[in-house]
Design a protein around this ligand. Sequence first.
Ligand code: ASP
Length: 415
Amino acid sequence: MKTHHRLVLSLLLGICAGLTLHPYAQLEWLQNLNRYLLEPIGQLFLRLIFMVVVPMVMSGLILGVFQLSNHQGLAKVSQRTLFFTLLASSASVIIGVGLVNLAQPGIGLEIAQINADSSGIAKIQTNAAQAKPIVQSLLEIIPKNPFTAASQALDGEMLALMFFSLAFGAALANSQSHKTSRWVELLEECYAACLLVVDTAMKLAPAAVFALVFQSTFKFGYQILFSLGFYVLIVVLGLFLQQTLVYSLLLKVFTRIKPLAFFRQCRDIYLYAFATASSNATLPRSLELAEQQLNIRPEIARFVLTIGSTANQNGTALFEGITVLFLAQVYGVDLSLGQQVQVVMMSILAGIGTAGVPGGSLPLIMILTQQVGIPAEGMGLILGVDRFLDMCRTTLNVSGDLVIAALVNEQDRDS
Ligand code: ASP
């Protein structure tokens, strides 16, 4: 059986078992089974992924920025790529955050009330209420000490770590030293090793999905399922809007290309991205299409698409924004405007630092949720539907890369 089939099956089994046993949630032996067997399985999986988050974010972001700003002779192409990447990512996150605020898919579960006295939810709400003034939060994005930021990244310092990585990547790219390649090699090795650990952890995913989903439905009953369906719908709607509105608008404003004809030419690539759920696995096919059918200059296609397969992930950024706010609603964490702005900024950066592999954004989602005080267990809610959402967001990620390659190509031709 393929992994994603196994995950769906685990999700369904977890839901069924949890719902069936929910009426008996007070029985002691059931609570013990949950506490001593299922909870540890879920935690084991989560901790394995947590373990590589800091090195992965640092090496991924430094490399992404280094590549985007380094290529001498391609300075203009780099700048344009960076500009369009930020523009498209910002638009996608704003769409996501707007939709989730309008539709509020996580409201109504009243998990906070069900659980008000037990668990850490009361504490989470207090933490969220103690949000700092926005000027202070913005200032603290610049870390006084990057090592402190790294050691406390999982306790709210992630944005500061990301800022340091961006600054470091840019500084490396601008360095005159011929020894920078050593840094790059080291960071590439570090990134690859982290991916391997994530890969290994994913082998536990079916058991972890069962355990995590079981815990949610066992504790909260069927109510949780309605919200989940609504959440999937909101993510898919957001992706659709980004593809049809934002990409069409960008192509119309910055090029002479007809959006519909362009999308039609990319159809096969969309299918491939959907099936593999991996931007990296789709890259060779996108390169072929860009050079042979979309008539994009090879050097531009190679530069923009290769970097974009990791650094430009609009679908992922949109998904991350929606997911964090959805989980905040589910857990009754009321996010201030400042915190929502923080989520938007972090989602944009997370889109740049995410690996173009199936489930590449999962570690970053955990960080984002922790940053605003949502328990990591919230992941259990979304893991079961993640493969489907991954297929959808990867399609948008790849589509975004092709659109940006076309935009940069056209601008280059005109200048
Ligand atoms: N699977 C996505 C990609 O390859 C990354 C993610 O959002 O997990 O583009």
